[in-house]
Structure formats: structure tokens, C-alpha cells
Ligand binder design. Structure first.
Ligand code: MG
Length: 159
């Protein structure tokens, strides 16, 4: 079986007056990611992991953030499109692993829902998707809940 791995990262500032949408679900938090789209940094990192593995253009080329078409876009639709583009080239998700670093919303209470949400979008079993939250102990530019930073890897198989 031919396998490929892809890596994606993203960071979004957390600001008042935005819904806190991460991993395709809305978390109860007074701030949300600033962005041209809904700012879902988890799904954006996953898109780059998938396009990276499948040899496709990156998220900024596929869905330009100066294109009015993607203003306030639902990132779930962008991820589903990326998965579809990969499958046209014969690449399918095997598993994905995500680390969400933030001192903003608590991730742990929402891990199960987020894993299920991402798995649905990727078209895989829930246990093929993992999500971990990290606070980084106030040691970075994320201190005080200013931002959310995400790393994602995705393994894909060809068929
Ligand atoms: Mg982004």
C-alpha cells in the first residue's frame, strides 16, 4: 500500500465578538478566532496536512483569503472540498492527529465531540482522529489566551 504523510499548522488570534469555532464545533468561550473565514484553525491545519500528503496546492492557493467567495466561509465545507480533491487523485485519509495549543477555550471537555466532528468530515472512524489540548504553561505568544495554534498530521493511503 502506498502511504504519504502531510503536516499542517495554523494560528489565529482570539478576539471578542467572534464565535469560538474549532474542529467544526462551537466551544463556549467569550472570544473566537479572527479570520476571513470562520477562522477554524483546526480545520485549516487539517486541510494543509491533507493537501500536503496528496500533493495538492496549499489552503491559501485553493481558497484565497482575499477572495470574497470565502468570506465568512464555513471551514467544514473547505475541508470536505480538500478531501474530495485528494480522493480524485486516489488519496484517502488513514488517520489524523491534532494538537491544539491555547490558553483560551478548554479543549479537554470537547475532545470527544471534536474528534467525531472531524472524523465525519474526513469520512473515517472516530478512533482514526485524535485531538489533544496543550496550554504551553504561559511560555509563548499564546499566553493569556491571545491566540490558538494548531499542528496537524494526516496519513493517507492510495487506492
Ligand atoms: Mg487559518
Amino acid at each position: 500500500m502506498k502511504l504519504r504523510v502531510g503536516l499542517g499548522t495554523d494560528i489565529h488570534e482570539l478576539v471578542e465578538g467572534r464565535p469560538c469555532i474549532l474542529g467544526g464545533i462551537e466551544l463556549p468561550h467569550p472570544k473566537g478566532p479572527r479570520g476571513h473565514s470562520d477562522g477554524d484553525a483546526v480545520l485549516h491545519a487539517l486541510i494543509d496536512a491533507i493537501t500536503g500528503a496528496a500533493g495538492l496546492d496549499d489552503i491559501g492557493t485553493l481558497f484565497p483569503n482575499d477572495d470574497p467567495l470565502w468570506k465568512d466561509a464555513d471551514s467544514k465545507a473547505l475541508l470536505v472540498e480538500a478531501v474530495a480533491l485528494a480522493s480524485k487523485k486516489g488519496w484517502y485519509v488513514e488517520n489524523a492527529d491534532v494538537v491544539i495549543s491555547t490558553e483560551g477555550p478548554k479543549i479537554k471537555p470537547h475532545r470527544a465531540e471534536m474528534r467525531a466532528s472531524i472524523a465525519r468530515l474526513l469520512g473515517v472512524e472516530t478512533d482514526a482522529v485524535n485531538v489533544k489540548g496543550k496550554t504551553l504553561e504561559g511560555m509563548t505568544e499564546l499566553a493569556g489566551g491571545r491566540a490558538v495554534s494548531v499542528q496537524a498530521v494526516c496519513l493517507m493511503h492510495h487506492r
